[in-house]
Design a protein around this ligand. Structure first.
Ligand code: ADP
Length: 512
């Protein structure tokens, strides 16, 4: 693997030598034990190499775990409000560097600048929120059943936590995991996504500059089987927090269970937006475009199905398709662009494959469906925004997660029918309903089988202080965001203090 490739970036017209990023272990930048690196490409122009990153293996994971283990003995004793001050200071640093980090993220990931600014902002929001947690981490006190006895429950750190993250929210998702973990007193090893390691480095750099002690967070870069799996298998790791595909999540869950680790799995979605006859159609069309084509459809919460009531079905399709055709596809660093490229060739091929499947299944392709590879698009992984209509809910394009700019529109008779279609998939992450009828809205909030329901907004747009996660094949019952994250990264300890000066036996010595 070349380590000093010169690239010809399209971005600013100047040739740059890609920087080599090392693993971050025990506060030091170290090369991987394999001696190999891999290239982080700009998906809008693959000639542009964002950086070279370490292709790590088990020995690197072991070293990172050892560092985190050592750091844990000190970090767990640092008062939580002090831990929180470091996180708060990191938020301020991120704020200062927001533009630089957003641009770096668009370059490594492809999504448009306004979205990468949102991604960095989400890490900032998460940092402010988790900094506040440092002075909460509340636990209950409760009366004891016996006299002169005090009872309470306190939160303790879990210990050493492993994080495995995907590429679609390269800073936000690492922040959801790392920040609640460290404020709770844990130390961490993160294996970031191979397509977007830079943004994890930027997040951790802000924490280090804010005063994070060495070894509290360690970064190991590389690929899943070589660098992710050893982290999941490691007996010293007490918790694994994973976001990614359901297939990989299943393997991780099975492996983590062998050593009884806490294991949080955040996986796929096939999220539907319902539009009833009484909806504000302008709003629904606007929301449906943002939900389906934001982040090039590469969000686990993406609006990949739109279920429209018969009375407005044709009008919705016509107007929606007209708008979809006008979306500007291109390099996300251009502020006028609406939608960036797919993350990589594999994802693009998978999107195109699903488009073929949709056509063969008999869905009506209303717009899009083609790769864009001429002129300015020739070095990137671009695809047209794609809309299928008259989709049958049983079709594969209506059932399987595509993770691309492909939306399936289907009709429904009424709300009950729409909810049935919405729920009838293997996933249960996000859901949405457009209506002006408050009774229908509340029925839907009750009956949609998903971890998130939006009323009069599309299926995307989570805020950091609310629970994030889903039902069925989307997750395994945990929630990120809000106090759910603290819950996952802490271990409850029940404490009893008997000040009666005699033996009191619970359940046996019953006071009169
Ligand atoms: P995505 O399609 O979002 O990349 P993946 O589930 O393939 O979803 O990857 C999510 C993360 O899981 C990435 O960081 C990837 O390297 C990691 N990963 C993939 N396979 C494994 C594995 N067998 N063990 C541990 N981590 C893995």
């Amino acid at each position: 693997m070349a380590t000093d490739t010169y690239t010809k970036p399209i971005i600013d017209g100047t040739a740059t030598r890609p920087k080599v990023y090392k693993n971050f272990i025990d506060g030091e930048w170290v090369e991987s034990s394999t001696g190999q690196t891999f290239e982080n490409h700009n998906p809008a122009d693959t000639r542009d190499v964002v950086g070279l990153f370490q292709k790590s293996g088990k020995a690197d994971v072991d070293a990172a775990v050892q560092a985190a283990k050592q750091a844990y003995q000190k970090w767990r004793l640092v008062p939580a409000p002090r831990r929180a001050e470091i996180i708060y200071a990191a938020a301020e640093i991120l704020l200062e560097r927001k533009e630089e980090y957003s641009r770096g993220m668009t370059r490594e990931m492809g999504k448009v600048l306004k979205e990468t600014r949102g991604d960095v902002q989400e890490a900032i929001d998460c940092a402010y929120y988790m900094a506040g947690e440092g002075r909460r981490l509340f636990g209950p006190t409760t009366p004891s059943e016996l006299p002169n006895k005090f009872a309470m429950a306190v939160r303790q750190p879990v210990g050493l936590c492993g994080m495995i993250t995907p590429w679609n929210f390269p800073m936000a998702i690492p922040s959801w995991k790392l920040l609640p973990a460290i404020v709770s007193g844990n130390t961490c090893v993160i294996k970031s996504a191979q397509d977007t390691p830079l943004s994890t480095f930027n997040l951790v750099q802000a924490l280090v500059d804010a005063g994070l002690p060495k070894g509290v967070i360690n970064i190991v870069t590389g690929f899943g089987p070589e660098a992710g799996a050893p982290l999941v298998e490691h007996t010293d790791v007490r918790a694994i927090s994973f976001t990614g595909s359901s297939a990989v999540g299943r393997t991780i869950g099975t492996t983590a269970a062998q050593t009884f680790k806490h294991c949080s799995l955040e996986m796929g979605g096939k999220n539907a937006m319902i539009v009833l006859d009484d909806a504000n159609l302008d709003l629904a069309i606007e929301g449906g475009l943002w939900g389906a084509f934001g982040t090039t459809g590469q969000r686990c919460t993406a609006t990949s199905r739109i279920i429209v009531q018969e009375g407005v079905y044709r009008e919705f399709i016509n107007r929606y398709v007209e708008r979809a055709k006008k979306l500007k596809v291109g390099n996300g660093l251009d502020e006028s662009v609406d939608m960036g490229p797919a993350i990589n060739e594999l994802q693009l091929k998978s999107d195109l494959n699903y488009i073929e499947i949709g056509k063969n299944e008999g869905a009506k392709l209303k717009t899009g469906g083609n790769r864009l590879d001429k002129g300015e698009y020739q070095y990137g992984w671009f695809l047209e925004p794609t809309v299928f209509a008259d989709v049958d809910p049983k079709m594969r394009i209506a059932q399987e997660e595509i993770f691309g700019p492909v939306v399936a529109i289907m009709p429904c008779e009424n709300l009950e029918h729409a909810i049935q279609i919405s729920n009838d998939v293997q996933y249960g992450l996000s859901s949405s309903l457009y209506t002006k009828d408050v009774n229908k809205a509340f029925s839907a909030i009750r009956d949609l089988d998903a971890g998130i329901t939006y009323i009069n907004a599309p299926t995307i747009g989570a805020e950091v202080h609310l629970p994030f996660g889903g039902t069925k094949a989307t997750g395994n019952g945990h929630r990120e965001g809000g106090v759910g994250a603290i819950e996952f990264f802490s271990e409850w300890k029940a404490v009893y203090v008997d000040y009666s000066d005699r033996l009191q036996r619970a359940q046996i010595d019953r006071p009169e």
